[in-house]
Write a protein that binds this ligand. Sequence first.
Ligand code: 5GP
Length: 123
Amino acid sequence: MSDYDPNNIFAKILRGEIPCNKVYEDDFVLAFNDIHPQAPVHILVIPKGSYVSISDFGAKASAEEIKAFFDAVSKIAEEKGLSGDGFRTITNAGLNGGQEVPHFHLHILGGCRLGPMLTKMAA
Ligand code: 5GP
């Protein structure tokens, strides 16, 4: 697994160096709207700690950070009115996962029927 790059775009958002459209924050978690939304609701949930991917987060984060992260996902889904009709969460990891930003993040997508999970098998 690669080392954490402190110059990735989400680290800059966490340091306040670039803006975001914040939807949730607590001691351990920040969530904001995706700049290129793929659904009517598209929110990115990130831990404030420096973790590259979900594997890195699972291996290194404290139980308190992990609980706070998933509690935040549930709260955001509820607050955004997604719990009733449902929603999708995605976390991309590494090259095959298509991860663009190397700071662990969970996409929350909702607000419409999202269709099949994958549109086609990659060649
Ligand atoms: P990934 O492919 O790494 O799972 O997803 C990265 C996501 O970050 C993409 O959906 C992309 O639109 C979003 N993103 C990239 N740069 C920015 C930014 O500067 N601000 C926000 N709010 N989202 C960003």
